[in-house]
Design a binder for this molecule. Structure first.
Ligand code: THG
Length: 369
């Protein structure tokens, strides 16, 4: 199979695009009308680099939706059922965005710059349209835009050393999910301790896309002594760690209680929060499904790619597998599923795949590692 993607203004380019190509990217996935690198040709090496040393990722597809103006804090609160009144400037919070049905429509990190300035660092979805529409319908005085901001993630046990070599020892003081604006020579950044892995690390939000290739080079150079190499949000590690992939693990009915986000929902959030009434009702009635892990001894072939299938209990379909991969640390095939709440840990189920032999699996609690 060999094909290419037609160039078009509709497929937006990451400021790191040329660098990722030069470094040998072999696959992309569409995300927020951009291309996210998803591999450099050696999935196992990329996985172990993240676990043992340090990996650098072009995650500029995690676009920012900027809320700016007197009603920015009001809009942020209306958009999420996590209570924001105690949020300080300089922190990021993981939040749920829900629609009026209480369905999870995105799971961004909300970064608070000041009382009238926020970023929603979004997963794959049209939050810009959504936030603008809600702001206009509620008559709020706030500008909602997509600024020139492109995150790069540096993840793994050596990430802190690399970022310290790059930006100085002071970065070691940045606590989990905190951020600060910094200059790297002439390159403007917002530096945060965060990222979509459980191996620890930082995200450098580049705030001027003209410096993409220059930043990539500098990170590569600073990371050389630590064995840095290119990677991407890693499907094996994130399944082992139980990190949510919105749009993959969720469907058009999924509410936050089903995907282990209950600690980010406060039912006493203000009554004007979008979806809060629906969430109170769902909570009172009890959510129907839950996200669980599956472990299979039947699937013994190392498979590094996501696959999906139907989950059957005694011949009856009780849900879907949403992601599955070989786990190099458990040396087993592991996966995530969204299944009926009545099906609990230790249940033995059958997975029926569209394109391979069915397999037996055991339902387990998350995370795996
Ligand atoms: N970084 C940035 N933006 C993003 C992501 C990112 N936007 C899209 C997507 N990823 C958002 N999704 C997540 C999901 C989980 C976490 C971060 C972003 C995460 N969760 C931890 C957990 O679930 O335990 C910690 C949450 C917490 O401490 O509150 O890290 O990766 N810029």
């Amino acid at each position: 199979m060999s094909f290419h993607i037609s160039p078009s203004p509709r497929v937006r380019r990451s400021p790191f695009f040329n660098s990722t190509v030069a470094d040998g990217v072999v696959s992309f996935s569409p995300y927020n009308r951009m291309l996210m690198p998803t591999g450099y040709g050696d999935p196992l090496a990329e996985y172990w680099r993240l676990i043992n040393t340090v990996s650098m990722w072009d995650v500029s597809v995690e676009r920012q939706v900027e809320l700016k103006g007197p009603d920015a804090a009001r809009l942020a609160q209306i958009l999420t059922p996590r209570k924001l009144d105690r949020m300080e400037a300089g922190v990021g919070w993981y939040v749920a965005l829900c629609d009026h049905r209480g369905v999870l429509i995105n799971d961004p990190i909300l970064l608070k710059h000041s009382d009238d300035h926020f970023w929603l660092s979004i997963a794959d979805g049209d939050v810009l349209l959504w936030a603008r529409a809600i702001a206009a319908e509620r008559g709020l005085d706030v500008e909602v835009t997509e600024p020139d901001v492109s995150p790069m993630a540096i993840q793994g046990p050596k990430a802190e050393d690399v970022v310290a070599a790059l930006l100085g020892e002071s970065i070691r003081e940045i606590r989990h999910f905190r951020f600060r604006p910094m200059m790297l020579d002439n390159i403007p950044l917002v530096v945060a301790r965060s990222g979509w892995s459980r191996q620890g690390g930082f995200e450098l939000y580049l705030t001027d896309g003209r410096y993409g290739d220059e930043l990539w080079e500098k990170v590569k150079e600073a990371g050389q002594p630590y064995g840095i190499g290119p990677g991407n949000p890693n499907p094996m590690e994130r399944i082992e760690s139980g990190l949510l992939s919105w749009g993959g693990d969720t469907d058009d009915q999924t509410n936050p209680f089903e995907v282990r986000m209950e600690r980010y929902i406060q039912l006493d959030a203000p009554d004007d929060v979008v979806g809060i009434q629906a969430l109170r009702k769902i909570h009172a009635e009890g959510p129907v499904r839950h996200q669980m892990g599956i472990v299979s001894d039947t699937v013994t072939a190392p498979d590094y790619s996501d696959v999906s299938g139907a989950v059957l209990l005694d011949g009856e379909e009780v849900g879907r597998v949403t992601a599955q991969s070989w786990s190099p640390r458990l040396e087993k095939s592991v996966g995530l599923c969204l299944i009926k709440r009545s099906v609990k840990a230790d249940a033995t189920v059958n997975i029926v795949y569209p394109d391979r032999e069915p397999a037996e699996a055991t339902v387990v609690d998350l995370p795996f590692v």
